[in-house]
Design a protein around this ligand. Structure first.
Ligand code: F6P
Length: 341
C-alpha cells in the first residue's frame, strides 16, 4: 500500500508523534510506502512531497512542530484544487491519504473525501474543540504550559499587588482557559461560550482585594467577548482564512479593570508558546495511537472517517459527524469551578 500523510493548520505538540507512528506501523508492520506532503494541503495541491522512511522519522517522537511543515489554505483554493489533488494522488499511486489537522483541515478532508479521495483524518488541536473525540493531542501540553505560566505569574502579581489578566488560546472555546484556570486556582475564568459581564467580573476581583488578598489572576480565552452592552469592546478584523484576528481581550479587560478597581492591572498574552515545544507523555501516547489506528483504517478501506478517542478506546467516526459542530465547554463544567463567570 502507498500512504500519503500531511499536517495542516496551526501546529500542535504531537504532530511528529503521529507521523512517526504512521511510518512505523505502515513501513515496518505492513511493508507499505509512506509519502509526506510538505506544508499541509499546499503540498498535496502542488505535488510537493518526499518519501518518509524510518530514518526520516528517527528521533522525532518528542519534538514539537511538524517535520512536514504546515500551512493554512483558504477553502476556495482547496475547492478549486480538488482535481489537481486527485491528479497527484493518482500519479503517486496513493491508496490512502492521512491528513492530520484541526477543524479547517477536517472540513477540507471531508470535501476531498466526498470528491472520492481515500481519506482517514487524524484530529489535532491544542484547543480541544473537535467534536466526536473526547480529547485531541496537544491540549494536555498546552494546558501544562498555561498552568506553569499561571503559577509563575501568581508570585509576581502578589509582589506588586496587581491584577493579571492572562490570555490563553481558544478561538471559539474555553477548554484551555478552564483547565489551566482550574489547575492553577485562578480567581476568574472567562471563556467564549459565556459572554462576560464586566460588572460581575469587577465584583469578583474587587471582593478579593476587600478580603485582604494582595492580587488576582483572571484567565481569559482569546475568543471571549463581553455581554452585549456590558462594555465598549473593539473586535478584531477577519484574516484571509475567514478567522477573526483578536483585538486583545486581555488588554481591553486589563484597562477596564484597572480603571474600575483603581488597582494596577497588566495583560499577559501567552500566545504561541502554548503550541510550541515537546509534547507531554499523554499527548505522545494519544498521537501515537491515532497514527497506528489511521493506518489500520486505511488497510481496512475504512475511508471518509477520522480517528477519535472515546473513553480509553480509539475508534473511527465519519468526517461528516466530526465537522458538524465544535465541542464547546458544557455548562456542567462551569458549575464545578467556583470562580467561573
Ligand atoms: O490551533 C488553534 C489556535 O491555536 C487558536 O487557538 C488560535 O486562535 C490560532 O490557533 C492561532 O493561529 P495562528 O497560528 O494563525 O496565529
Amino acid at each position: 500500500m502507498r500512504i500519503g500523510v500531511l499536517t495542516s493548520g496551526g501546529d500542535c505538540p504531537g504532530l511528529n508523534a503521529v507521523i512517526r507512528s504512521v511510518v512505523h506501523r505502515a513501513v515496518v508492520d505492513h511493508g507499505d510506502e509512506v509519502i509526506g506532503f510538505h506544508d499541509g494541503w499546499k503540498g498535496l495541491l502542488e505535488g510537493d512531497h518526499r518519501t518518509l522512511d524510518l530514518d526520516a522519522v528517527a528521533g522525532i517522537l518528542a519534538t514539537g512542530g511538524t517535520i512536514l511543515g504546515s500551512s493554512r489554505v483558504q477553502p476556495a483554493q482547496l475547492r478549486d484544487g480538488v482535481e489537481r489533488a486527485k491528479g497527484h494522488v493518482a500519479d503517486l499511486g496513493l491508496d490512502a491519504v492521512i491528513p492530520i489537522g484541526g477543524e479547517g483541515t477536517l472540513k477540507a478532508a471531508r470535501l476531498l473525501s466526498d470528491a472520492g479521495l481515500p481519506i482517514v483524518g487524524v484530529p489535532k488541536t491544542i484547543d480541544n474543540d473537535i467534536a466526536s473525540t473526547d480529547v485531541t493531542f496537544g491540549f494536555d501540553t498546552a494546558v501544562g504550559v498555561a498552568t506553569e505560566a499561571l503559577d509563575r505569574l501568581k508570585t509576581t502579581a502578589e509582589s506588586h499587588q496587581r491584577v493579571l489578566i492572562v490570555e490563553v488560546m481558544g478561538r471559539h472555546t474555553g477548554w484551555i482557559a478552564l483547565h489551566s484556570g482550574m489547575a492553577a486556582g485562578a480567581h476568574a475564568i472567562v471563556v467564549p461560550e459565556r459572554p462576560f459581564d464586566i460588572d460581575e467580573l469587577t465584583e469578583v476581583v474587587g471582593r478579593r482585594f476587600e478580603a485582604g488578598k494582595r492580587f488576582a489572576i483572571v484567565v481569559v480565552a482569546e475568543g471571549a467577548k463581553p455581554r452585549e452592552g456590558s462594555m465598549a469592546f473593539e473586535t478584531g478584523a477577519t484574516d484571509v482564512y475567514g478567522h477573526e484576528r483578536f483585538a486583545g481581550v486581555a488588554r481591553q479587560l486589563s484597562d477596564e479593570l484597572e480603571r474600575r478597581l483603581g488597582k494596577e492591572a497588566r495583560p499577559v498574552i501567552l500566545g504561541h508558546v502554548q503550541r510550541g515545544g515537546t509534547p507531554t507523555a499523554y499527548d505522545r501516547v494519544l498521537a501515537t495511537r491515532f497514527g497506528w489506528h489511521a493506518v489500520e483504517a486505511a488497510h481496512r478501506g475504512d475511508f471518509g472517517k477520522m480517528t477519535a478517542l472515546r473513553g480509553t478506546d480509539i475508534t473511527l467516526v465519519p468526517l461528516a459527524e466530526a465537522v458538524e459542530r465544535l465541542k464547546t465547554v458544557p455548562q456542567e463544567r462551569y458549575t464545578e469551578v467556583e470562580c467561573v463567570l
